[in-house]
Design a protein around this ligand. Structure first.
Ligand code: 6PG
Length: 268
């Protein structure tokens, strides 16, 4: 059953981080209780950094059974894993080097290899390691495997993961992972291609959480959530769980152009 999107507005970034940490720990507990493991796709950029740092410390660190967690990425830059632009490096430095996730449960996107090969390799990894939608033998292998949680950011242009305006990846309806040529968008530096999960893979997640902070995102938030449907212009409109929850967790500045909002604990 599809619900939402639920829009939760937090008074400030600190409270948004706390609310996000509570969402992640609750999702992890529920998934581990129900299926013995928790699969999460992390996002890149700057917004999730405080969340990753919070999860790596008290009180949140000890509330997750990290040995049961499997880590993925929603997208990656086509750079080596130790590059300053790497989403993998961001998560390693802020979270994964500080919690006991088994090394074999950290599934990074190989940004250092040929992008098309990296996309195919990651699709194989997702299908091999993320639980199938129905489990058992009746699962149709074409069905996207279902992540427990996909963490998404939002760019000022309305992109999420590496689904950029007018990009072909927005309407991809078969592949789970694609390479995104930087020259097809004016947002990326020309030298940095991307690898991105596609709407079929992201929308199969049991829970999608958008984490968006700052006044500079307010126009995009309002366009995505309350504007006319136009995913080619506002790619984040293409991302909504088809059988699960979609939650938009915003700080007050990011929500400032919305007409109708809910409110989270701690919101003013
Ligand atoms: C990336 C992210 C991207 C990000 C948005 C927002 O690889 O950069 O996946 O989609 O979430 O660009 O980035 P900020 O959090 O830095 O504003």
């Amino acid at each position: 059953m599809t619900t939402g999107p639920d829009i939760l507005v937090c008074r400030d970034a600190a409270r948004m981080t706390e609310r996000a940490a509570r969402l992640v720990t609750a999702a992890a507990g529920a998934a581990i209780h129900a299926r013995g493991g928790f699969t999460i796709a992390l996002s890149g950029g700057s917004t999730p950094r405080p969340l990753y740092e919070a999860l790596a410390g008290a009180p949140w660190r000890d509330r997750i059974a990290w040995e049961r967690v499997l880590v993925y990425w929603g997208d990656e830059r086509c750079v080596p894993p130790d590059h300053e632009e790497s989403n993998h490096r961001l998560a390693r430095e802020t979270l994964l080097d500080h919690v006991p996730v088994p090394g074999g449960s950290i599934h990074r996107i190989k940004g250092e290899i040929v992008p098309a090969d990296a996309a195919r390799d990651y699709e194989t990894t997702l299908r091999r390691t993320v639980g199938s939608p129905r489990g058992g033998d009746d699962a149709d292998q074409r069905d996207p495997p279902r992540l427990d949680l996909a963490l998404q950011g939002l760019g000022p242009d309305g992109h999420t993961a590496s689904l950029f305006p007018a990009g072909d990846a927005i309407t991809e309806d078969d592949r789970l992972v694609v390479a995104v040529d930087a020259s097809t968008t004016d947002v990326l530096p020309p030298e940095v291609d991307r690898i991105s999960l596609t709407p079929p893979m992201l929308n199969a997640a049991r829970r999608i959480v958008f984490l968006v902070a700052g006044e500079e995102k307010a126009a995009a938030v309002a366009a995505v959530l309350e504007g006319p449907r136009d995913p080619s212009r506002w790619p984040a409109q293409a991302i909504r769980a088809y059988d699960g929850e979609t939650i938009w967790l915003l700080d007050t500045p990011a929500a400032s152009r919305l007409e109708a909002v809910g409110s989270a604990e701690g919101a003013s």
